[in-house]
Design a protein around this ligand. Structure first.
Ligand code: NOJ
Ligand code: CA
Length: 560
């Protein structure tokens, strides 16, 4: 058993623009995070991951960094950041920050130099190509739509995997790499405990820049096969680790789409590039393989659990994983994982939230809670596409229209999947704007804040917030911590299509987690010694039959 602090931690993810506004300008800020440290401590989290707060024109809400060494004024100052780090230390909470290394903002001074002067030494910090007449170098489609190539004034073009305001950095250039390492070390020296690495599997491109057969109406082709996890990326990732966080016991969690399970060892094995990675195989189950939000794919709980266990068992073979239900790129989990009328039955909302929480939190890996998930925040209805802020929501709206559906239907598609669902302001209380700000919130507050808010739930012993606290306590309890953190995972009750169940085993301790992700009732033969957690008041057990009756959306954790 290889004990490491980040395996034992519970992480909380903060989207700073929407967490808490300390100065009432309508935008969440760093002082707002400092103010809420007691809240995070009370919940029981050990690590906070903060999404980008760097100076940025906010075309992609901070994932377009204009200065890696500066705090955007909307979030505060470097003094505020130092104050946060210091206060967090007192609360024994570690801080992880987001590293956006695949691209910068087009407003970064490197890019400004590069685009205005083709002989600048910064030109080679980015990927510029000569234009052959009107013809673009490749037919690759960017993640946010359109070609990856944007013309520059001198009749050249530069590459962007994401938005055109996010030019890709040229990792082939050692000078660029050194600049990035220096910056990462600056933050480590400041005292951050580690990093979440954004879009890191995109940093290496197929150096032949081949054109590929098109796969869409736009004449373009998805760039996965030429820009994701390309041969040779390991050389960069090894060097990155060696020259920065590899020198300490930092925690690194990589957003690493495109890594096949057979290759996990290189990424998260004993000597892997990162502590853990996010696996998207089950959180993107509702997306078509080309990433389009329309049409929606059909999936069942059985598909979901197969995907979860495939992921869990593959990761268990080699290393460690990150567990999550939600993040700033995902819709709210209750809306995503429950699609029938029960989803809107208020009487059930506690059960829906708590059954999902139990299902993912006790899997093998480090659990991440996304802000608002702990109170069961929900997708937010917007009345028109103009009300949305997210660049990909606007692009996906257009894609759906191009596919021939009506604007009303396209709006429904966006409602279901928009990244803004997870980005509406945190609902702290039933006061104006959910207690997030006294100003005008930068993005609509979900109108359900009067019912769903932190204040109500802190004061209610039976709330989802209190249930998350119980889950965290259980994960840290003297009796069960080791089995929950370090125990092996094994799927259980496979024959019940709507039930996700598993056991965790370490030496002679075994716990079984059973979660019913449906409104159906099941009788399950099982024997146990103790029930250590459940989301109903009691547990319906028939002693003589040795059978548990699992009610709709019920979750139980049993000790064998
Ligand atoms: C992944 C981030 O999570 C997402 O929010 C962002 O838009 C892209 N990477 C580009 O940085
Ligand atoms: Ca503010």
């Amino acid at each position: 058993m290889n004990r490491i602090w980040w395996k034992e931690a519970v992480v909380y993810q903060i989207y700073p623009k929407s967490f808490y506004d300390s100065n009432n300008d309508g935008i969440g800020d760093i002082k707002g995070i400092t103010k809420k440290l007691p809240y995070l401590k009370d919940l029981g989290v050990d690590v906070v991951w903060i999404c980008p707060f760097y100076k940025s024109p906010m075309k992609d809400n901070g994932y377009d960094v204009a200065d890696y060494y500066a705090i955007d004024p909307m979030f505060g100052t470097m003094d505020d950041m130092d104050e946060l780090l210091e206060n967090a230390r007192e609360y024994n909470i570690k801080i992880l920050i987001d590293l956006v290394l695949n691209h910068s903002s087009s407003e970064h001074k490197w890019f400004q130099e590069a685009i205005s002067d083709s002989s600048s030494s910064y030109r080679d910090y980015y990927i510029f190509k000569n234009l052959d007449g009107e013809k673009l170098p490749t037919n690759w489609r960017s993640i946010f739509g359109g070609s990856v190539w944007e013309r520059s004034e001198d009749n050249n073009c530069y590459m962007h995997v994401f938005d055109k305001s996010q030019p890709d950095l040229n990792w082939e250039n050692p000078k660029l790499r050194e600049e990035l390492y220096e910056m990462i070390n600056y933050w480590l020296d400041k005292g951050v405990a580690g990093f979440r690495l954004d879009a890191i599997t995109f940093i290496k491109k197929d150096q032949n820049y081949p054109c590929l057969p098109t796969d869409g109406e736009d004449g373009l082709v998805g760039l996965g096969s030429v820009c994701l996890n390309q041969k040779g990326i390991g050389v960069f990732l090894k060097e990155l680790k060696e020259k920065t966080y590899g020198r300490m016991e930092a925690m690194t969690v990589a957003e690493a789409p495109g890594v096949p399970y057979e290759q996990l060892d290189e990424y998260i094995g004993d000597d892997g590039h990162f502590s853990m990675i996010f696996d998207f195989s089950y959180s993107d189950l509702d997306l078509s393989p080309d990433g389009n939000w329309y049409p929606q794919t059909d999936w069942s709980v059985k598909d979901l659990k197969e995907a979860i266990f495939h992921s869990q068992l593959s990761i268990q073979d080699v290393g460690w994983g990150a567990l999550y239900l939600e993040n700033h790129d995902q819709p709210r989990s209750i809306d995503k994982y429950f699609r029938d009328e029960d989803c809107n039955n208020k009487e059930l909302s506690f059960y829906l939230g708590s059954v999902l929480a139990t299902m993912y939190f006790l899997l093998r890996g480090t659990p991440f809670i996304y802000q608002g998930e702990e109170i069961g925040m929900r997708n937010c209805p917007f009345s028109s596409i103009d009300e949305y802020n997210d660049v990909s929501s606007k692009d996906q709206f257009e894609r759906a229209i191009c596919a021939g559906i009506t604007p009303e239907e396209a709006l429904k598609v966006v409602y279901r999947r928009s990244r803004d669902n997870g980005r509406t302001p945190m609902q702290w209380s039933d006061c104006e704007n959910g207690g997030f700000t006294h100003g005008k919130p930068w993005l609509k507050v979900n109108p359900n804040y009067r019912e769903i808010n932190v204040k109500n739930q802190i004061n209610d012993e039976n709330s989802l917030y209190q249930y998350y606290k119980k889950l965290i306590k259980l994960r840290k309890s003297i009796s069960y911590k080791d089995v929950i953190v370090y125990g092996a995972i094994e799927p259980a009750l496979k024959e019940y299509d709507n039930i996700v169940a598993y056991s965790r085993k370490l030496n002679d301790i075994e716990i079984t987690v059973i979660t019913n992700l449906s409104s159906k009732q099941y009788n399950i033969p099982i024997e146990y010694k103790e029930n250590v957690l459940s989301n109903y008041m009691d547990i319906d057990y028939n002693q003589s039959k040795k059978e548990i009756t699992l009610r709709p959306y019920e979750a139980v954790v049993l000790v064998k």
